[in-house]
Design a protein around this ligand. Structure first.
Ligand SMILES: Cc1cc2nc3c(=O)[nH]c(=O)nc-3n(C[C@H](O)[C@H](O)[C@H](O)COP(=O)(O)O)c2cc1C
Length: 277
């Protein structure tokens, strides 16, 4: 075994945490060092990363609208090259549902030259609201993630032959579902909430023009010369909102706020993380 690669897109950090934990676990099991490829910022996606047949890649993305984030998808297809590299796919989701994101991630990895051998969908806090699953992943999620990474390591080492998948790990075939259309976000009235064009607004009384938001926007959409604006595409990832040290950015778009309220009304029950190998 050469290296364990922790590869992720993670605007607000949930996915990074989960991918790194799984990669560390594999590293301990397989005796190979961990290296990180953080694809969150545009400059990190400028070059293609190629992985060898002796590497293992743990690749993670958040779920957006039930799928791999649509603005990240072409980047994922473009920048990763496997050479029969064994891969574990991880999606995080914010307690509503991961829908097709894991199936889609596994498909893309296969098309990128990886040999996918495990998949996980890990429930996390929802970036849209502090009221939705604020304590996920919890101890049970982490323990299940560890068990899953150990099961994958056993397959890689060739010591899993003839053994049953340990609970709660399910056969990987169950994760390979057909990829469904994007989830349509709803508002409190049950109607589609159309906030595709919504962008964060900046409270100029709080903004000190430190430029932190410029440096964390995964789309590079906040201009350094005027950080109080968002001139490019906004994927609603909340990186600028959550990471602003002065809490100067927020969303006011009524359709977006209605969707958040709908999620708070209907999706605070605990969702289940899912593990496949
Ligand atoms: C635009 C957008 C769409 C989302 N769609 C979903 C979804 O369909 N289902 C869900 O459960 N969580 C959804 N979430 C929540 C994120 O998947 C979750 O909070 C994730 O862990 C964030 O990852 P990160 O911290 O690595 O950025 C969405 C978040 C964003 C920003």
């Amino acid at each position: 075994m050469n290296k364990i690669w922790a590869v992720y897109f993670s605007p607000t950090g949930n996915t990074a945490k989960v991918v790194l934990r799984a990669a560390q676990k594999l590293s301990a099991q397989l005796g190979a060092p961990v290296e990180t490829v953080d694809l969150t910022l545009p400059k990190a996606r400028a070059e293609v990363s190629t992985f060898g047949p002796e590497d293992v890649a743990v690749v993670g993305t958040p779920t957006y609208a039930g799928r791999v984030p649509n603005k990240f998808l072409p980047e994922l297809q473009r920048v990763l090259r496997g050479q029969g590299t064994k891969a574990l796919g991880i999606v995080t989701f914010g307690n509503r549902s991961y829908d097709s994101s894991l199936a889609e991630l596994l498909e893309v990895l296969e098309a990128d030259g990886f040999s996918t051998m495990a998949g996980a969908a890990v429930d996390c806090s929802h970036v849209f609201s502090d009221k939705i699953a604020p304590a996920r992943p919890n101890a049970g999620d982490w323990a299940a993630l560890d068990a899953w990474a150990e099961a994958a390591a056993a397959v890689i080492k060739g010591t899993a032959e003839g053994k049953e998948c340990p609970a709660p790990v399910r056969p990987l075939a169950e994760a390979r579902t057909p990829v469904a259309p994007y989830y349509t976000p709803l508002g409190v009235d049950g109607q589609p909430a159309k906030f595709l064009k919504a962008k964060p607004v900046t409270d100029m009384e709080k903004c000190v023009r430190c430029g932190m938001c410029v440096n964390v926007c995964p789309m590079g959409s906040i201009p350094a010369e005027d950080p109080a604006t968002t001139t490019g595409i906004c994927i609603k990832c909340q990186a600028c909102v959550k990471l602003c040290p002065h809490m100067a950015r927020h969303f006011e778009d009524p359709a977006f706020l209605s969707h958040v309220q709908m999620l708070e009304q209907n999706y605070t029950r605990p969702a289940e993380s899912a593990f496949f190998a």
